[in-house]
Design a protein around this ligand. Structure first.
Ligand code: SF4
Length: 263
């Protein structure tokens, strides 16, 4: 049995349908380059730089993970997506991500070719060439971009001090999207806050994000709201009406963008 990776689901996801979660980080710790105020799994216990890679991930661990996925895909369990996640962190901090993804693709192609393989990333490691290369293996890369203001980025995502600026992350997203058209999906969580710097739901926020989406040119954008308990009690979900109004503002600024709203 693997002590690092684990599989959960399939669970019904608002954005991915029936999703089988493949977690590349251990359950007992939260290892992330961010400590988002809205994180549903609480405060980050191990706030690490983007260059950090998890130790102890050996061949046997990877083998057990892939064999477990194979056993599930051989059954007739309904699954739409194999979703690589950190669950409690950023999935690319696992050093064997390429090996795992290549293995998943082989198994998927053999047993369930209709299933997509996607990764949920917080975008902080995309600046690295090796991560960009790993991302090309996925059918879709769903990448976080909650704000383009450095002040708000620091207040909402609370990145490790060695995470690059949000401007550089935005440029890396645009570059990846240009080189791999149709692969990148941007995911933006919108929330209200008692503290101005961690509120990203104003009209100005919508305008700035719209400008960034126009530059990045992703395949689509997902706007979504809080639906579980956040890590900090000073942030709140938007009402359904507020979140649709936020999306409407974005749509006004970039009418050609494929936008999905998940209140
Ligand atoms: S990037 Fe994801 S796992 Fe990390 S703190 Fe933010 S919401 Fe939580």
């Amino acid at each position: 049995m693997s002590t690092i990776h684990y599989i959960f689901g399939p669970v019904h996801s608002r954005r991915l349908g029936r999703s089988l979660g493949i977690c590349t980080l251990p359950k007992c710790r939260k290892i992330c380059t961010y400590d988002c105020v809205y994180c549903e799994v609480g405060r980050t216990t191990d706030l690490v730089p983007p260059s950090f890679r998890l130790r102890g991930v050996n061949r046997a661990e990877t083998f057990f993970l892939l064999e477990s996925v194979r056993e599930i895909l051989k059954t007739d369990t309904p699954i739409d997506t194999l979703t690589m996640v950190g669950h409690r962190g950023e999935p690319t901090l696992n050093p064997r991500i390429v090996e795992i993804t290549e293995g998943l693709k082989k198994i998927r192609d053999r047993y369930r070719p209709e299933v997509s393989i996607v990764i949920l990333t917080n975008s902080s490691t995309l600046i690295q060439k090796s991560v960009q290369e790993a991302f090309t293996l996925f059918d879709k890369v769903i990448a976080k971009l909650d704000t383009v203001s450095q002040k708000k980025f620091e207040a909402i995502n609370r990145p490790h001090e060695r995470v690059t600026s949000i401007e550089e992350i935005k440029d890396a997203l645009a570059c990846f999207s240009k080189n791999h058209p149709g692969k990148l999906v941007i995911q933006t969580l919108v929330l209200k806050s008692l503290r101005e710097e961690s509120n990203n739901s104003t009209r100005k926020d919508a305008e700035e994000l719209a400008k960034a989406y126009r530059k990045i040119k992703p395949e689509s954008v997902q706007i979504y709201g809080l639906d579980r308990n956040p890590s900090e009690d000073y942030v709140f979900p938007l009402s359904v009406e507020e979140i649709y109004n936020f999306s409407k503002e974005i749509k006004k600024q970039c009418p050609d963008i494929k936008l999905k709203t998940h209140p």
